[in-house]
Design a protein around this ligand. Structure first.
Ligand SMILES: [Zn+2]
Ligand SMILES: [Zn+2]
Length: 244
């Protein structure tokens, strides 16, 4: 009883020092709310669109980005990369907001459950950064998301892949074909984890899905080394721009 009261008081003090914020739009919220009403509606709207989403690429059907060379089974995400979701991913990735891994993972896990995408998964892995890039940022956001997803789902996680060389930043490249060539051969299985790949059904985690080239390349490495299947989970999918 005393412990419970102490914990409640400690939470209130923590809320004063670190006010609760909506994980998407960053507005301060009363404890213990983690998402504001407007952003909750955004999440819900995407969830309600489920019947109108492509079961494979996860995009709204009219912007389906399925491509013939796709190697992963399907992609799952709880948000479109737009508006508040876009700004929230930016905070997570470039503004040191590591605390966002947990609410993002919660939303991702819900989306995975809704699409029965966790059924049969043996292992979770993340898209790696080069050592130099991780050192520069101080963390790999995909790894943080993966760790939080391990807590959410109870599935084991392994650092299956490494990235040996840098490719040019994806958003610097506009040509889709060039993009898909930009990531060829950059991922390798981690020496210590090779035996974990064979015969396993792997959930591969990254922050966002743009053309799918990065995730396809990482999936290819896993499949070459014997993975049974690869499913992809990200925070947000980037809607394909309309052709001019
Ligand atoms: Zn909000
Ligand atoms: Zn599709």
């Amino acid at each position: 009883m005393i412990n419970a009261r102490f914990a409640a008081a400690a939470n209130r003090i923590a809320a004063l020092i670190y006010p609760h914020r909506c994980f998407l739009c960053d507005t301060v919220l009363p404890y213990p709310q983690t998402v504001c009403e407007t952003c909750a509606k955004t999440l819900l709207r995407f969830r309600e669109m489920r019947g109108a989403l492509c079961d494979v690429c996860g995009m709204p059907l009219k912007t389906c980005c399925c491509r013939p060379n796709r190697l992963y089974e399907k992609a799952v995400f709880p948000l479109l990369y737009d508006g508040e979701a876009k700004r929230a991913v930016y905070r997570f990735k470039f503004r040191g907001r590591k605390d966002l891994a947990k609410p993002f993972a919660h939303a991702v896990a819900n989306a995975l459950r809704e699409r029965d995408a966790l059924d049969g998964i043996d292992l979770i892995a993340f898209v790696p950064m080069t050592k130099a890039a991780a050192r520069k940022r101080g963390y790999n956001q995909a790894r943080l998301l993966c760790e939080a997803l391990r807590e959410e789902t109870g599935l084991p996680m392994e650092p299956l892949l490494t990235k040996q060389r840098a490719n040019r930043t994806q958003h610097d490249l506009t040509d889709r074909l060039f993009r898909s060539g930009n990531v060829l051969g950059v991922y390798e299985p981690d020496e210590g984890c090779r035996s974990q790949i064979e015969g396993r059904r792997i959930l591969l985690v990254d922050d966002i899905l743009t053309t799918g080239a990065t995730l396809n390349e990482a999936a290819k490495t896993l499949l070459i080394f014997g993975a049974k299947s690869v499913t992809v989970a990200v925070i947000a999918g980037v809607p394909r721009k309309k052709k001019k």
